[in-house]
Design a protein around this ligand. Sequence first.
Ligand code: COA
Length: 439
Amino acid sequence: MEYIKNRFFQKASKCTAEYQRLKNEHSDKVIAQVTIGQVLSGMKGIPALVTDTSKLDPDEGIRFRGHSITELREKLPRLSPDGEPLPEGLFYLMLIGEIPEKDDVMNISKDWATRAHVPQHAFDVIDALPKNSKPMTQFAAGILSMATESVFQKAYRTGVHKKFYWDSTFEDVMNLIARIPHIAAYIYRRNFHNDRHIEPNPRLDWAGNLAHMMGFDSEDIRRLFRLYMVIHADHEGGNVSAHAAHLVGSALSNPYYAYTAAMTGLAGPLHGYANQDVIHWMFEMLEFLGTDEPTDEQVSKYCIQTLEEGRVIPGYGHAVLRKTDPRFTAQLEFADKYIKDDKLVNIVNQLYRIVPPILSDVGKIKNPWPNVDAYSGSLLYHYGIKEYTFYTVLFGVSRVLGVMASLINDRIYGLPIERPTSYPLKWYRDKAEGEPGNC
Ligand SMILES: CC(C)(COP(=O)(O)OP(=O)(O)OC[C@H]1O[C@@H](n2cnc3c(N)ncnc32)[C@H](O)[C@@H]1OP(=O)(O)O)[C@@H](O)C(=O)NCCC(=O)NCCS
């Protein structure tokens, strides 16, 4: 595995030099204007972060190191010709910036299998929580508890030179990625299968092994999990989970701390929790309507009612995207190919026809189109993973790939502690109106 680390070092060193050169030669260059509107609407569109792993285009959607999801599904190595690409390959691409060979991907898979041993105390910490604590609470606690294993933290304490921080961060990240599926599967089996746990199978790929430890060994589910882990892995640097990990990591907190911060952000209903909220909202609708095959008119009325109650329609809208999310489309294509006539999947497709015009009519909603969360739950549900309170954990397993690849980059570039400026509301009002405000 050393060769992958060396390859990363060689590629990233050139970017580190570029980072230093830009900082030295162009620090005074103005690149954007900031409006009060941007500040007051969640800093949207302000260029302030450096993230190489992926970039989000409002119209085209996500590109991982320049490659769209469609291209990834063609180019990344897979286990069988008609299968989905392995997430191990996407990790390589995000880290190194090149499409890997199949051998590289298989080597990463084997490396993660050798690092996959979860310390017993992580399971003990999870077991100490009541079973009715949210799966994301257990997940974050399990990840945090593994900080005892941090190679970076030990290296820092022994006084390692800052130019080598990336090296021990790399080790932590590889260990964390290797162990996170077992943490997730443990929570699933604890909560929904009476603590009947399943040991990892080191011969399986990363996503296939997660499915296995959750109790699903069919090729259908493995295929779905590989797709799921690829499409959820990264969404540039400004989303809540990626930004939280970057921010916390910028204090040189260890990667376990940084990823726990990401996961507590992902647990919010406007972010990753939306993937379970979609299913919850759909079941609420079916119960309210008293049917599992509602008419378009019934669905339409229910959507309007949701909006009138001051609630959001989960799975629709986005802070950056302005078209249908290609991650939604990838899942739709998957369903078209592999799933015939599933009631929940049919309703997702029905909502895709009905919701966008309703949201457009509201006027203020910038993106009426579906995002990734609108589809994912129905696919999991179809294949028998019906415990939807668990779905955000699966998102969290996938997101570790992109967010933590970025953290290694942060450390090799030597990005400083993040510290934007804040002002009282009055300051903005004075700026806008040129006279002293009252509050
Ligand atoms: C993703 C999301 C948080 C983006 O928020 P945003 O960047 O503030 O989006 P907008 O600028 O379009 O929001 C403008 C208004 O439309 C509302 N809006 C946006 N999406 C909406 C939706 N799906 N249903 C109802 N209202 C919505 C916002 O709440 C906001 O209302 P306000 O002015 O009363 O505060 C938002 O679209 C949302 O809450 N979607 C549902 C949850 C979801 O699917 N999250 C997963 C995202 S991947």
